[in-house]
Ligand binder design. Structure first.
Ligand SMILES: [Zn+2]
Ligand SMILES: [Zn+2]
Length: 269
């Protein structure tokens, strides 16, 4: 008991506030779905505004990875259509099933430690990175898998935020399955799980946003260990490279890493 003060997490006041004031919302099996879907659209919004403003915001356009290419109204509408279609046919039924059959979760009294939260988010990103790397490599190397499930995501060789969820149903189900199951396998605290889910939505949208801002994750994380928007943009230009969604180590190990970009190639010549 003498040292018990040291065991109180820095996150305890935040956690107490959440579980005392928003208990019923947080316990609902629907909460993770509402959290990820709403954070997706909120995170997409500023990038969408940058695309719409275009050359009127020249200071933003200097960070565009493929400056000559911008989504049109019809490409944006196509992605919104695919996203709505997936959400009505897959996400909504899955949510209703969860809501009907899963009991409300119990909120623990104790918050995770700050270190535990960061380690949990990092562990989840690393695990997902490996799973998706394997899935992604197979869906490019096996023609039938590519055509049937992944080709839709490669409709656009110049990605933009809303292209993130321009996915086939099978890909969305696989990604949703891992992001739901992994935090349970890694025995993460609920708060850690939710933070991971929002961070994962953010880095996935950033991967597709089409801009390499000074604050992009690949620039904030040193030594090139994180791929971020510039590397995933290259995957959409040269689809047999950069299969990992987040970190660069798997592509470096398997020899599929590439820094090439058509836009920089043009700038050099
Ligand atoms: Zn992509
Ligand atoms: Zn791909």
């Amino acid at each position: 008991a003498l040292f018990s003060f040291g065991e109180i997490s820095l996150l305890q006041p935040l956690w107490d506030n959440l579980r005392l004031n928003y208990r019923d919302y947080l316990r609902s099996p629907l909460f993770p779905v509402v959290l990820t879907v709403s954070s997706y659209f909120i995170i997409c919004l500023p990038f969408l505004v940058c695309d719409i403003m275009g050359d009127r915001w020249a200071w933003v356009q200097q960070f565009k990875l493929q400056p000559s290419r911008r989504p049109t109204a019809s490409t944006l509408l196509h992605c919104v259509g695919v996203t709505l279609h997936n959400h009505l046919l897959l996400v909504l039924p899955a949510s209703v099933a969860q809501w009907a059959w899963r009991p409300p979760v119990e909120l623990p009294d104790q918050a995770p430690s700050l270190f535990g939260l960061i380690a949990g988010v990092l562990g989840n990103l690393l695990l997902f990175d490996l799973q998706y790397f394997i899935w992604h490599l197979l869906h490019h190397r096996i023609r039938w898998l590519y055509v049937t499930f992944h080709a839709i995501h490669h409709k656009y060789s110049s990605p933009f935020a809303l292209a993130t969820q321009c996915l086939g149903g099978w890909e969305l189900v696989t990604v949703g399955f891992w992001t739901t199951l992994n935090p349970v396998v890694l025995r993460c605290h609920l708060l850690t799980t939710w933070v991971f889910m929002v961070v994962h939505v953010y880095v996935s949208v950033e991967d597709h946003c089409g801009y390499d801002f000074p604050w992009s994750s690949s620039r904030l994380i040193p030594f090139g260990i994180y791929g971020g928007p510039s590397k995933h943009d290259v995957h959409h230009q040269k689809p047999n490279t950069n299969f990992a969604p987040h970190f660069t180590h798997w592509d470096k190990i398997f020899g599929t890493h590439s820094d090439f970009s058509f836009s920089t190639a043009k700038a050099v010549s």
